[in-house]
Design a binder for this molecule. Structure first.
Ligand code: SAM
Length: 386
């Protein structure tokens, strides 16, 4: 029983991520030693084992969740869904007392009633486990196992969520500022940029500090998810030593003695307080600085550096005129600093006009379901003016 989560057993692992960041996750996976198939609909699949599950949860910066794929089959009717779900050897994954949660989504499929699909899959699981464990009913008093289903174009995928809550919940950000960016998206933006630990880094609209903190963690090679737990940590059938192994590997790889020049600034005193609090909670407060500053007073303090930022979009707290004033002042501040690059995410289409330059590249991304552009402005001189 429950052999599939033992060390060395082959598993099909699915990593999910936000639309637009698939390639970044794929590169992260390759660096971890896991070549993967091309991403399909924000999901990347590869073959691994339980150690890979632990490592992906701990090391991936831009991924949303790590799943174990249980089955994939075509279904256009409830009977086909029930039969397909009944084929899974549920006893390989779920203990007798598992608390079974089933959730999912149906997209462009004949099966479109999510709650009916939920009930049918749950029924298939319960039928299978009561038979295998030879019990009349399941107590469901034990640890939670969340089964997720996707029905996309009549193809069903059944998966086990090993992460629990999304991986953007790193553990350091406990209070919410103005329009914070998700930690996973912040990391993805940094990984897409020319950001490098030896280059000075500034976020002039830092808010609660997410981009500076995620940036410092990348620069110091600190794994993003060491301060949180995952669903699999509570599973008795998941070998705890594999998690310990991945944590030791992460600790060994840290480069906390690197000297970095990373700063966040924001016009709002409360945001700066919050950013400092989050830096302390992320255990890197001594490595980064936060100051209260209007972007119009920003002057780069070195000939080269990188900005990755998420300025006001002009939609909620700040109106579009105030946002455009910010863009104009950022453009002014960087004039003549050819060694600086800037990477900016915003939904405001007028950004390039007010910033004063046509971007070298742009990419469509979503921030909290809002369609945005990520504008790339590379430095004009590789090494700045030095
Ligand atoms: C979208 S929020 C940034 C959120 C941040 N990325 C986070 O994760 O918390 C934009 C920030 O720009 C700041 N801001 C607005 N006008 C500014 C100005 N003139 N100078 C500097 N910061 C400004 C706001 O206080 C706000 O914190």
């Amino acid at each position: 029983m429950m052999e599939n989560l033992a060390q060395g057993e082959k598993l099909n692992i699915i990593i999910t991520c936000a639309s637009g960041v698939e390639r970044t996750v794929k590169t992260e996976l390759e660096r971890l030693g896991y070549p993967s198939a091309p991403a399909i609909n924000g999901a990347i699949e590869f073959e691994g084992d339980s150690l890979a599950v632990a490592r992906c949860n701990i090391f991936l910066r831009s991924a949303d969740r790590v799943y174990i794929k249980l089955a994939s089959f075509s279904a256009e009717t409830f009977d086909q869904l029930f039969d397909g779900a009944s084929e899974v050897r549920w006893q390989d994954y779920l203990p007798k007392n598992a608390k079974i949660i089933v959730n999912g989504k149906c997209v462009k499929s004949k099966l479109f009633a999510v709650s009916a699909c939920q009930s049918i899959i749950k029924k298939a699981i319960v039928n299978s486990l009561t038979r295998t464990y030879k019990v009349a009913r399941l107590s469901e008093m034990g640890t939670e196992y969340a089964v997720e289903f996707w029905v996309f174009k009549d193809k069903v995928t059944l998966m086990l969520n090993t992460s629990g809550v999304g991986l953007h919940k790193r553990g350091y950000r406990d209070l919410v500022g103005i329009a914070p960016i998700k930690e996973t998206l912040a990391s993805a933006l940094l990984l897409m940029s020319d950001f490098y630990w030896e280059r000075p880094f500034v976020d002039p609209f830092c808010g609660s500090g997410t981009l500076v903190i995620e940036g410092a963690k990348i620069a110091l090679n600190i794994a993003p998810n060491l301060q949180r737990k995952f669903a699999f940590n509570d599973w008795k059938n998941f070998d705890k030593s594999l998690y310990d192994l991945a944590v030791t590997e992460a600790r060994d790889k840290e480069k906390r003695d690197r000297k970095i020049d990373f700063c966040g600034s924001d016009i709002d005193e409360k945001a700066i307080k919050l950013a400092k609090r989050h830096a302390i909670r992320a255990e890197i407060a001594d490595k980064i600085s936060f100051i209260r500053r209007d972007v119009k007073d920003f002057v780069p303090s070195s000939p080269r550096g990188t900005i990755v930022t998420n300025p006001p979009y002009g939609e909620r707290v700040y109106d579009i005129r105030e946002a455009e004033e910010c863009y104009k002042n950022l453009g002014k501040a960087l004039k003549g600093y050819d060694g600086w690059s800037a990477f900016v995410i915003t939904s405001a289409k007028s950004f390039p006009k007010y910033f004063g330059r046509k971007p070298d590249r742009e990419r469509k991304l979503y921030n909290s379901n809002k369609e945005c552009k990520f504008y790339y402005y590379y430095s004009k001189k590789e090494n700045g003016n030095d």
